[in-house]
Design a protein around this ligand. Structure first.
Ligand code: ISE
Length: 333
């Protein structure tokens, strides 16, 4: 079976997914692309061999020759497009976050439950990253004892002009929120947000520092800074009773020059998580063939956005906010 895919959104991530899908993923073909900018859609379609370029995402979702839909358009379009895919009974891989608010995510969950089967996968690609997978294996081996603390750092080079403080939590730190739930198998039960001093106060993407508690009593801290100034840098260290395990970013070379020895940082997340993106797409295509869902579900998408929303409340109130999730429908157990 060859899964024919339609892609919505041909910006940075959409273009990256299109290239990965056609060059590195088996069992699929990219049939159509949509973007609000037709020239951009046409350019990526020409580069990747897709037959159709359009500005109408609904035409892609309704096209009977398209089996599955990949959504990489802006966050505030995710809910409507995902709901349309569910209505068309098409498997959909929606970029994270599933939606910026928990209420919108619950609407997706309600539609999926009514459809009677899981159709939605959320693009929390770190679940497919070799470093996080190895961290989870080491934890699960029992060798390190129980997990106590998870320290996370997430820095981008610089925030785009449209980035705002809320997005530091709802768009960026949601990755750590999701990966913590996946890694520890615990829910986050409270969140507090601190704002460190910055050289440019209230600049879009200024740093925030999140401190969360989990249902298992672990503490998770997340430094998120979209204006780190030097490169894309994601770190994580899980401290356990008898040892600790840290992530290592892929390193391919080391330069010695001018009395210095060093490795380089990527400009953004694409090179750091290239393997994760590829494995995520491959697993999604395989899950469509086998009808066995994989990756982050709509429920996971809801849980991450719910924690992020509590984070926004904590940011504005300066207080710790308790997190209570809705009850989990049985299709997600
Ligand atoms: C961006 O949207 C992503 O998803 C990247 O993975 C993340 O590192 C970045 O902070 C987000 O803004």
């Amino acid at each position: 079976m060859t899964v024919s895919v339609g892609l919505i959104g041909a910006g940075v991530m959409g273009a990256d997914h299109a290239r990965t899908l056609v060059s590195q993923v088996a069992g699929t073909t990219l049939r159509a692309l949509s973007d609000t900018d037709l020239a951009r859609a046409k350019a990526i379609a020409a580069e990747t061999g897709a037959d159709v370029a359009t500005t109408n995402p609904m035409a892609i979702i309704k096209d009977p020759t398209i089996d599955a839909v990949l959504i990489a358009s802006p966050d505030n379009t995710h809910r409507e497009l995902t709901l349309a895919c569910i209505a068309a009974r098409k498997p959909v891989l929606c970029e994270k976050p599933l939606a910026p608010t928990a209420q919108e995510c619950l609407e997706v969950i309600e539609a999926e439950v009514a459809a009677g089967r899981r159709l939605v996968q959320v693009g929390y690609m770190r679940r497919f990253d070799p470093a996080y997978l190895e961290m989870k294996d080491k934890l699960n081996s029992g060798q390190l004892g129980r997990p106590l603390l998870f320290h996370c750092v997430h820095r981008n080079l610089s925030a785009p002009p449209w980035f705002d403080e809320k997005m530091s939590i709802t768009n960026s730190a949601v990755h750590e929120i999701d990966i913590t739930r996946w890694l520890l198998g615990e829910e986050l039960t409270s969140i507090q947000v601190f704002k460190p001093r910055t050289s440019v106060p209230d600049a879009p993407g200024s740093p925030v520092f999140l401190v969360c508690e989990t249902s298992g009593g672990q503490i998770v801290n997340i430094e998120n800074n979209n204006n780190g100034g030097y490169g894309y840098d994601v770190r994580g260290e899980l401290a356990c009773e008898k040892g600790a395990v840290s992530l290592r970013a892929p390193i391919n070379s080391e330069t010695s020059f001018n009395l210095l020895q060093g490795t380089s940082y990527p400009m953004d997340w694409r090179p750091r998580f290239a393997t994760a993106y590829r494995q995520q797409l491959q697993a999604w295509i395989r899950s469509i063939e086998t009808r066995v869902p994989t990756g982050a579900s709509a429920w996971d998408g809801y849980a991450a956005s719910m924690v992020a929303e509590a984070g926004l409340e904590a940011l504005s109130s300066g207080r710790s906010v308790k997190i209570t999730l809705a009850s989990r429908p049985s299709i997600y157990s």
